[in-house]
Design a protein. Structure first.
Length: 340
C-alpha cells in the first residue's frame, strides 16, 4: 500500500532527518553562489530574448516541451548542483547521467537546449553556460504554459564531470515514501514547503506506466475513496497501463484535468486522492504528512500562494551549487560535451 509506506520508518530515521536538515544544506552549498541578475548584460545582452524566442517556438509546437525542460532543470540541480551535468553525453572517458536508471527512457528535451546553445554560440561565443540556459529555459517554460514569472540569477558554470551514481541516490522516485522525499530535498538545502511547492511542477507533463502501475493496482481506490468520477478515471488508467509487465512506456498526465496548463489543479487532484504517482499522493495521504497535507490544502485553495512559493522555491532550486564548479567549471561550447 504505497501511500502508507512511511509508517514503517522508525524513530532513528526521523532523528537522522533532523540531523540532516541541520548539516546537509551546509555540505551541499558551502557558500552562496556568486550569481547576479545582470550577469550577461555587457557580454551577451540578448541572451534572455534568444532563450525566450526559442522556448516560445518549442512550446508552441508542442506544450509537452515545457514539462520536459522543467524536469531537465530539476534533475540537473539535484545532481552536483545546477551545472549542466545532466546534458553531458556518454563518452569513452565520461559516464553521463542520461542513462542512469532514474533518467533513462525518461528525460527528454536535450535538442531544445542544443538549439538554444547553437544560436547563443553564434551570437556570443563561449559566454553563456549550458547550466544558465537550462535555468532560464525552465522559467520560460513555466511562463509559456500559464505559470508565474520570476527573475533568474545568472553566472553558473558548466561542470566537466557528471554524476551517474548521484543520479541514483539524490533523485526522488515515484515509489519513494514521504520521509525519503523530504530527506532528498533537505539534503539539497530545500525545505518541506519548497518540496510541496516544487512538486506542483507535476501540474504539467506525463508519467510512464512503469512509474504508476503499482499505485493504480495498489492503494488508489483507498486514497480516492472511489467516487464514481474516480472509478472512471482509474478504469481509464488501467486500460493505459495493464498489470504485470508490458506497456511500461505508455504515458498519462499527472494532472489529468489541465495537463498542459500550469495551474493549481494538481493539488486539487491530490485532495480527491487521485494523484497518479505514489510520491504525489504521499504529500496528502501519508500518515506522517500532517504538515504537507496542510500545504497541499492551501495551494489547492489559493493559486496565488502556490505561484508565489513556486517562484521562490525555483530560485532556491536554481541556486543549488557545488562550489568546486566555480573554480573548475567552464562554459561548454557544446552542451553535450566538456571542452577539450
Ligand atoms: C517531489 C519529488 C519528485 C518525484 C518523486 C518526481 C518523480 C517524477 C516521475 C516518476 C515522473 C515521470 C517520469 C516518467 O515516467 O518518465 C516525473 C515527471 C515530471 N516531473 Fe517530477 N518528481 C518530483 C519532483 C519534481 C520537481 C521538483 C520538478 C520540477 C521543479 C518536477 C518536474 C517534473 C515534470 C515537469 C515532469 C513531466 C515530464 C514529462 O512530461 O516528461 N518533478 N517526476
Amino acid at each position: 500500500m504505497a501511500a502508507f509506506y512511511d509508517s514503517r520508518i522508525g524513530f532513528d530515521q526521523c532523528i537522522l532527518l533532523v540531523v540532516m536538515s541541520i548539516f546537509c544544506c551546509v555540505c551541499v552549498h558551502g557558500s552562496d553562489p556568486p550569481l547576479t541578475l545582470d550577469y550577461y548584460k555587457e557580454k551577451c545582452p540578448n541572451v534572455l530574448e534568444i532563450v525566450r524566442n526559442e522556448m516560445e517556438c518549442a512550446v508552441l509546437s508542442d506544450p509537452r516541451n515545457a514539462a520536459l525542460i522543467l524536469r531537465l532543470h530539476f534533475h540537473d540541480c539535484f545532481v552536483q548542483g545546477c551545472d549542466g551535468s545532466v546534458l553531458l553525453d556518454d563518452t569513452i572517458t565520461l559516464q553521463g547521467e542520461k542513462n542512469a536508471p532514474n533518467n533513462k527512457n525518461s528525460l527528454k528535451g536535450f535538442r531544445t537546449i542544443d538549439r538554444i546553445k547553437n544560436i547563443l554560440e553564434s551570437e556570443c561565443p563561449g559566454i553563456v553556460s549550458c547550466a544558465d540556459i537550462l535555468t532560464v529555459a525552465a522559467r520560460d517554460a513555466v511562463v509559456l504554459v500559464g505559470g508565474p514569472f520570476w527573475e533568474v540569477p545568472l553566472g553558473r558554470k558548466d561542470s566537466k564531470t557528471a554524476g551517474y551514481e548521484l543520479s541514483n541516490t539524490n533523485l526522488p522516485t515515484a515509489d519513494d515514501g514521504l520521509l525519503s522525499i523530504i530527506s532528498k530535498f533537505i539534503y539539497q538545502g530545500l525545505s518541506v514547503t519548497d518540496m510541496v511547492a516544487l512538486s506542483g511542477a507535476h501540474t504539467i507533463g506525463l508519467a510512464r506506466c512503469v512509474n504508476f502501475r503499482e499505485r493504480i493496482y495498489g492503494d488508489f481506490p483507498i486514497t480516492s475513496a472511489m467516487n464514481s468520477a474516480s472509478e472512471t478515471y482509474l478504469k481509464n488508467l488501467k486500460s493505459i497501463c495493464p498489470p504485470g509487465i508490458g506497456e511500461d512506456n505508455k504515458e498519462s498526465a499527472m494532472d489529468y484535468v489541465t495537463p498542459n496548463l500550469f495551474d493549481n489543479s494538481y493539488y486539487q487532484v491530490l485532495l480527491r486522492g487521485e494523484g497518479l504517482l505514489n510520491s504525489d499522493q504521499e504529500l496528502y495521504s501519508s500518515i506522517l504528512g500532517v504538515e504537507t497535507k496542510k500545504i497541499v490544502q492551501k495551494y489547492a485553495e489559493n493559486p496565488i500562494a502556490f505561484f508565489e512559493q513556486f517562484s521562490e522555491s525555483m530560485v532556491k532550486l536554481g541556486n543549488i551549487t557545488n562550489p568546486e564548479t566555480y573554480v573548475d567549471g567552464e562554459v561548454r561550447k557544446n552542451c553535450r560535451f566538456a571542452n577539450t
